[in-house]
Design a protein around this ligand. Sequence first.
Ligand code: 3EB
Length: 336
Amino acid sequence: MKHATTASVGLAYVGPEALDAYLAQFKGRVLGVVAFGKKPAASQADYPATWVDMPVLGADSVFEVWTSSEPVTLGHESGIASAHNGEVLFGCVEVQQTAGESVESATFRAYSGIFDFIDRAGYSNLLRIWNYFPGINTNESGLERYRSFNIGRHEAFVAKGRVIGEKSVPAACALGSSNGPMIVYFLAGRQAGRPIENPRQTSAYNYPEEFGPRSPTFSRAMLAGFEHKLFISGTASIVGHKTLHAGDIAKQTRETLANIRALLEQASPAVGGEASRDLHPLLKVYLKHAEHLATVRAQIAEEFGTEVQAIYLQADICRTDLLLEIEGVCTCRNEK
Ligand code: 3EB
């Protein structure tokens, strides 16, 4: 791949004690900050910032910090706080479900607003999107909230002229938070990325109807041009379209890591043939049960080494038989 790109994007998971110093290094170049765990003190942040009410395992809180190699331009419109650097735009939005409103409708509103905004801003390619909302497995008016979310998301893609399929669905994840509004944040590019599917798994947009009236709209991974970032979607113990190893955390972890390994293998020719074992993803691990932390941490260290950077959060997963989900971000240094 050849890239005319100059601006690049950085990611770090930073503890509260180190946050101020870290941000000071990136003055004017912070794309966005997402807090997890304990609610952060109100700040007059001059960058997009949001908070997800989701417990961090082994710490009170952690901050996901997206930075830019170039100065960013800030924006705030249609409820979307944003920052962009000429190559990529970070945006975040808090979505309030109004009284009597379905998750489907709130999601449709949020996604339609995001598509309108990124189209106007000139960053029309959604690359990676994170979705967090409470009660993801709860039934509401006869439908699970995750399934209702999937309908609203799908309908917004269609309404805003996005073709659903290989070329134009972002990498994503959707997890259950403890409380609060739906939080959606995203990275969008001036250039399209390259979506990557997993040969071990049915593409999510082709899931059979037993998983809901509308399929989830995401790719398994997305390779973006700016400094060769590989965004690995939330990945779980699914082979084909079926959940495997219900009730067994060790086996689900092994299967999930096999899926991530398969995605790294798929991506490696596209990143200049960098061997998959040379790709070191930063990981964000969601566990349904806090008591599984030690088991999962040990298996991740076995797969990626003890130096692996990973944060652990406690979340509901979108299928009730899944005990964990893992997402990742890799920076691939080789160029072709
Ligand atoms: C799966 O593979 C597990 O709905 O955006 C993973 C990543 C999952 C993203 C989403 C859901 C989503 O189907 C769940």
